[in-house]
Design a protein around this ligand. Structure first.
Ligand SMILES: Nc1ncnc2c1ncn2[C@@H]1O[C@H](COP(=O)(O)OP(=O)(O)OP(=O)(O)O)[C@@H](O)[C@H]1O
Ligand SMILES: CC(C)(CO)[C@@H](O)C(=O)NCCC(=O)O
Ligand SMILES: [K+]
Length: 259
């Protein structure tokens, strides 16, 4: 079985692919101090509860926080006797190379998203991921990542308001019915919710203009459904896009290695 690990700056997601489908998905807060032994105790408990054998034979990792890779590598070596593929490292091939400025390191999560989205939706895409950051990844006609946009994430923006302004409380994001708030919480919720609706609409429109062609918009990440309530922003929402991309990249590397 293949273990896919997606480490974001906030959360790390583990999922197990049995050759036909993903059997489970588990989430843990990202913390680079977590040791291989801690990961294993946690993971093996969940796998056992799910009645999954512990026979992981392969592993692929996408890590936006490079410091966590060391302990995840040790997890794979020590407990599963396998050498993980790490997206972004030279020995991990991508089906199509990204076209960006020389010397730029594209976030592995963005590369993985583009591979997953291109497989399902074909050419000319904008992938929007609502994670720690809200990212827009542009997929060219041949499936290459050709750049995009990085904006502060929804929860990060809420946290920044709370941290930076003495009188602003911590607020959870929801969809307010009206744009004019009549109390502090409603005002913040409006700023975040309607602000992000405008952000997505505006950036998508500008990308389409710059590319001069129709482009499908694929959304992923925990908050994507919140922004899809009747605004027609997205052509599809896929919560498993990153895992799908990781599996494809793993399969591609296997194929290349075995000819
Ligand atoms: N209505 C909501 N309000 C606040 N958070 C939400 C809501 N719905 C989902 N979430 C959060 O979205 C998160 C899942 O998002 P996702 O995994 O895409 O990104 P992340 O973990 O925040 O960021 P990263 O991938 O960068 O670590 C979960 O932490 C979940 O708590
Ligand atoms: C933008 C984030 C934080 C989104 O998770 C991640 O993809 C990242 O750290 N990227 C590195 C820079 C880049 O993608 O151009
Ligand atoms: K993510």
């Amino acid at each position: 079985m293949l273990l896919c690990i997606d480490t974001g700056n906030t959360n790390t997601v583990f999922s197990v692919w049995d050759g036909e489908r993903f059997r489970a998905l588990w989430r843990i807060a990202t913390d680079h101090r977590r040791t291989a032994d801690e990961y294993f105790v946690w993971l093996s408990t969940l796998m056992t509860l799910q009645k999954l054998d512990l026979n992981i034979t392969d592993c692929i990792i996408s890590a936006t926080a490079p410091r966590v890779v060391f302990n995840l590598r040790v997890l794979c070596n020590r407990y599963f006797d396998t050498r993980p593929l790490v997206v972004g490292k030279p020995d991990c091939l991508l089906p199509v190379a990204p076209r960006v400025d020389q010397g730029t390191t594209v976030g592995p999560d963005r590369l993985v998203n583009t591979v997953g989205a291109f497989d399902r939706h074909g050419p000319d895409l904008i992938v929007v991921d609502f994670g720690t950051a809200t990212t827009f990844d542009v997929v060219d006609t041949d499936g290459a990542y050709v750049g995009g946009v990085i904006s502060p994430g929804v929860n990060l923006s809420l946290e920044a308001l709370h941290m930076g302004a003495a009188s602003l409380p911590h607020v959870d994001v929801t969809m307010p019915m009206k744009v004019i708030g009549t109390n502090t919480v409603a005002c913040i919720q409006s700023g975040i919710f309607w602000g992000y609706i405008g952000l997505v609409q505006g950036i998508v429109e500008k990308i389409r203009q710059e590319r001069g062609r129709a482009m499908k918009v694929i959304a992923t990440g925990g908050l994507a459904p919140l922004f899809d309530q009747g605004f027609d922003l997205f052509d599809a929402i896929e919560d498993d896009l990153t895992m799908h991309g990781l599996r494809l990249i793993h399969d591609y590397n296997k194929e290349m290695a075995h000819g």
